[in-house]
Design a protein around this ligand. Sequence first.
Ligand SMILES: Nc1nc2c(c(=O)[nH]1)N[C@H]1C(S)=C(S)[C@@H](COP(=O)(O)OP(=O)(O)OC[C@H]3O[C@@H](n4cnc5c(=O)[nH]c(N)nc54)[C@H](O)[C@@H]3O)O[C@H]1N2
Ligand SMILES: Nc1nc2c(c(=O)[nH]1)N[C@H]1C(S)=C(S)[C@@H](COP(=O)(O)OP(=O)(O)OC[C@H]3O[C@@H](n4cnc5c(=O)[nH]c(N)nc54)[C@H](O)[C@@H]3O)O[C@H]1N2
Ligand SMILES: [Mo]
Length: 761
Amino acid sequence: MIGGFMAKDETVHYDGPAGGWGSAKGIARIFAKERNSPAVLDTLRRQNKPGGFMCVSCAWTKPADHNPLEFCENGAKATLWELTPRRTTLDFFAKHTVTELQGWKDHDLEHEGRLTHPMRYDRPSDRYVPCSWEEAFTGIGRELKALDPKSVIFYASGRASLETSYLYALFARLYGNNNLPDSSNMCHETTSVGLKKVIGASVGTSVFQDFSTCDAIFFFGQNTGSNSPRFLHPLQQAVKRGCKIVTFNPVREKGLESMINPQSPTEMLTGKETQISCQYHQVKTGGDIAAVMGMCKHIFARDDEAKQRGRSVIDRDFVAQHTDGLEAFEQKVRTTGWDEIERESGLTRADLEAAGQVYVDAERVIGIYGMGLTQQVGGFDSIAMLVNLLLLKGNIGRDGTGISPVRGHSNVQGQRTVGISEKPELVPLDKLAAMFGFEPPRDTGMNTVEACEGMLEGSVKAFVGLGGNFVRAIPEHGAMEEAWTKMRLTVQIATKLNRSHLINGEVAYLLPCLGRSEEDMQASGPQTVTMEDSLSCIHGSVGKHKPASEHLLSEIAIVAGIAKATLPPNPKVRWDDWQGNYAIVRDLIEETYPDKFHDFNKRMFTAGGFYRGNSARERIWKTESGKAEFTVPEALSAAGFEDRDGRYRLMTLRSNDQFNTTIYGYSDRLRGIEGTRDVLLINPKEMAKLGLTEGQMVSLQTDIDDGRERKVGGLKVLPFALPDGCVAGYYPELNPLIPLSLHEKRSKTPASKAVPVRILI
Ligand SMILES: Nc1nc2c(c(=O)[nH]1)N[C@H]1C(S)=C(S)[C@@H](COP(=O)(O)OP(=O)(O)OC[C@H]3O[C@@H](n4cnc5c(=O)[nH]c(N)nc54)[C@H](O)[C@@H]3O)O[C@H]1N2
Ligand SMILES: Nc1nc2c(c(=O)[nH]1)N[C@H]1C(S)=C(S)[C@@H](COP(=O)(O)OP(=O)(O)OC[C@H]3O[C@@H](n4cnc5c(=O)[nH]c(N)nc54)[C@H](O)[C@@H]3O)O[C@H]1N2
Ligand SMILES: [Mo]
């Protein structure tokens, strides 16, 4: 027995469906644990509805035709976590030294509750001490003015609103750099770079309506049940009307197997579950390129047969009119052997032919993907392969079709849309120059990996974090923590205490801000903020809850405060006006991006959000060739390293009880793993090969020979249904194992889903 569930096939396995009573219990547990007040329930009732407050958890869309309660287990947990009555007060900081707190677990740090006062790190006493906002802004401004702007990083973690993000990016450029890495750099940067290259648009092309008309959905490496649970509703409806869902994932994720809709009394009472995937393929991690190659082989074979009957499986008209490069791709598919495909994907020819046949039979197809594809050395090729597959039958730019990456943080896509980018070519700099009367920097800024490299070599001197937990989320944890303390200045804008606040530069500030669910009162009255969801719809969000402390400022007020203390006066740059009325900031966004944001203030409460448009959806291909591009992958494996005896491919996973580095608890309910996160998941066959027994403690060591030892110990062996040669554990605990050099080739997204490791017994 593990965690109350019978082990099945000798592997840890939860037999219940996603959703159902399990999710209701998950919410109740956090409600009790955080001792939230009943007023919080009102916030939940308004969650993700027009005029309400937009969830701080995932970026899944907020449909116009919403459920009576449009939130999921994890969205509720995120809200309850933000609205906790607990406070990390000045007393707490007086009691504990920073060095002592470094020994605390991620869960315990955040569980202390909301930060209440602006603070500065006092090195002699090794404690955070209170400081006034004025002191903080003046102190930060003084430091920034003394530094070379090129040596300063302005990170953002994907949660801050469009208004804050626009001003934050503007501040960095007025100050003098494009060093604007975003959590997206660790996440969907492969998408931004990859889709831009092959279809000329950096975000997905599907809209919500497409899920009501598609005939098949192919799912690659996205864990809907835990990471975007509200998405299970349209999936369940799709299945009920006959849509086929085919999943590729090394892990049998519960949400993609079956669900009970917690919004349906009948389903809850009868326990009737819907099977979600009609085929579930446990592809080897890094094996998706090969898997899609196999499907394409089948499609070409069916097309050859159809030709003899004067027909065609491939949409030749679409291919001729809209695409480039089919010939080279087709040749690659035809010359790649099934033996290679089976070896690299870990799947059989029969499996891949069955998946390919679903594609052949479907008129309208959507391709979904998440971190399973993006966080690989060959992530670009994996995404490009999925696009190849879709292009064969014109499945982009038509109703019921599309490529649909599922984004992470609630506004991570929007942050990029309004200028948080290290890539100046993606930002209308000339327009900014004219609007604000300055010469913006034109050189490319640093992304996350480059910022880390800069810290390691000492060229990066300061870090400003707009949310997030950078030091904990990045690869190369050990060396990075050491390098971090060598910086001159670190500034963290945050709601709760986390590990990144405990590894400080010489001068360090911790600035507490309002959460999105809280009322944001400014000179012109209560404010609205906006965000962009995964399907490119923009929504207004109004926080109504009483702020956690009277000393909190909004993120915009903090950015404005730092900016005013740092920059010389400029009559076109009116921080006080902007801070006093966010509608003026929305006007600036509209002026900068008129195509996407026309009538922004008028449209922001449109039910279901307003769509900001996507050229590829209109079949306008803003690529180098002017067409959608077929791509020949560089290699069949996305892992980017050779298999060797004793070497395993490690995936770092999220549990159902966390939001990134925020650990709500120790229950990965949907995988049946309870009570600990320090685990090594491995299949029974590999366990037998190594002579491992369940519960045995082992260490993992990175199997890369670059002169640096990376090891994590104290991991409990749990038998788990994974493909041979693959092992798994949790992020962020295993981040010390990920070398900074192991990243996607084009986008530099850290390759957190295939790290070469050895198991030390
Ligand atoms: N509750 C909750 N919600 C979240 C988050 C959270 O931590 N908790 N995080 C948010 C953020 S920032 C993001 S980016 C998203 C992340 O959401 P996802 O994109 O779902 O990311 P992960 O859970 O890291 O991994 C996704 C899946 O990839 C699979 N996988 C691993 N390797 C491979 C492979 O080689 N091929 C294939 N096909 N699959 C593979 C894993 O088994 C896992 O099921 O979720 C967002 N939503
Ligand atoms: N090994 C491995 N590493 C990974 C990943 C992986 O799958 N495997 N995933 C990567 C991905 S996809 C991502 S997106 C990154 C996540 O990296 P980050 O976005 O940097 O990390 P989070 O854990 O989301 O940040 C949590 C902190 O944000 C702060 N916070 C919460 N709400 C607010 C708010 O409203 N305002 C402000 N200012 N602060 C707030 C709180 O202080 C909280 O402690 O991690 C990446 N790292
Ligand atoms: Mo993410």
